[in-house]
Write a protein that binds this ligand. Structure first.
Ligand code: PGA
Length: 250
């Protein structure tokens, strides 16, 4: 297989350090010996230390849910790529729709964060996706093209080899509505074509594009069976060890 699947948990603003330890105590035995997919867990910053300790000796990687593009300075409340790396992160989610919707994230800030993450050697998971009105107006393809074009501006294919993209239709996030595998595949093909234009064919062929939006144990298999879907970014269903393990083991 050209592309190893990646199953990532986005815990959003849930769990304390103690609950993080509890999760790992339950989760690790459930996925013991699993090697088919890469597993990444992205807890809140405050839980990273507990997660790093708990994941020791396992193949689970850790990621953050956001990052700031500057290296250091007077930026109250922000965290840099170097800080994430030194805390044990290898991955970082960039441009999640909740950050776009509630915290002023734009395609331009996504681009700055992406450049910083790549420079620092983190694996960025860049989120793109349309809102319901855009889908209903037939604008999905335009929106995905625009988001990709701006996110990947002034980045070269060689520099971006670690890039991962997550297609997350906003109407499917936390709503229980899932894109059908066919809808996801169509969007992934649009994204791959746009990446091919911006970053080159070779990178586009190797690029992993995850699907996110109400991924559950019940629908994981049908989504993951698509060759074009290279993994999942899982919110709600990743908070429970049993349900996240069922998704990983689909
Ligand atoms: P959900 O969230 O699985 O709860 O829909 C996905 C995400 O926001 O990444």
């Amino acid at each position: 297989m050209l592309r190893k699947k990646l199953i990532a948990a986005n815990w959003k603003m849930y769990k304390s350090p103690e609950q993080t330890r509890e999760f790992f105590r339950a989760f690790l035995p459930m996925i013991a010996g699993h090697e088919r997919s890469e597993i990444v867990i992205c807890p809140p910053y405050i839980d990273l230390h507990a997660a790093v300790e708990s994941a020791q000796g396992s193949a689970i990687a850790l990621g953050a849910q956001n990052v700031y593009w500057k290296e250091e300075g007077a930026f109250t409340g922000e965290v840099s790529c170097h800080m994430l790396k030194s805390a044990g992160c290898t991955h970082v989610i960039i441009g999640h729709s909740e950050r776009r919707q509630f915290f002023g994230e734009t395609d331009e800030t996504v681009n700055l964060k992406l450049k910083a993450a790549l420079n620092c050697g983190l694996t960025p998971i860049v989120c793109v996706g349309e809102v319901l009105e855009e889908r209903e107006a037939g604008l999905t393809e335009d929106v995905l093209r625009r988001q990709c074009l701006r996110a990947f501006d002034a980045i070269s294919g060689e520099r971006a080899h670690k890039l991962v993209v997550a297609y997350e239709p906003v109407w499917a996030i936390g709503t229980g509505k899932t894109a059908t595998p066919a809808m996801a595949v169509e969007a992934h093909l649009t994204i791959r074509a746009e990446v091919s234009k911006s970053l080159g064919d070779d990178l586009a062929r190797k690029l992993r594009i995850l699907y996110g939006g109400s991924v559950k144990p019940e629908n994981a298999k049908s989504l993951m069976s698509e060759e074009e879907i290279d993994g999942a970014l899982v919110g709600g269903a990743s908070l429970d060890a049993r349900s996240f393990a069922a998704i990983v083991m689909y």
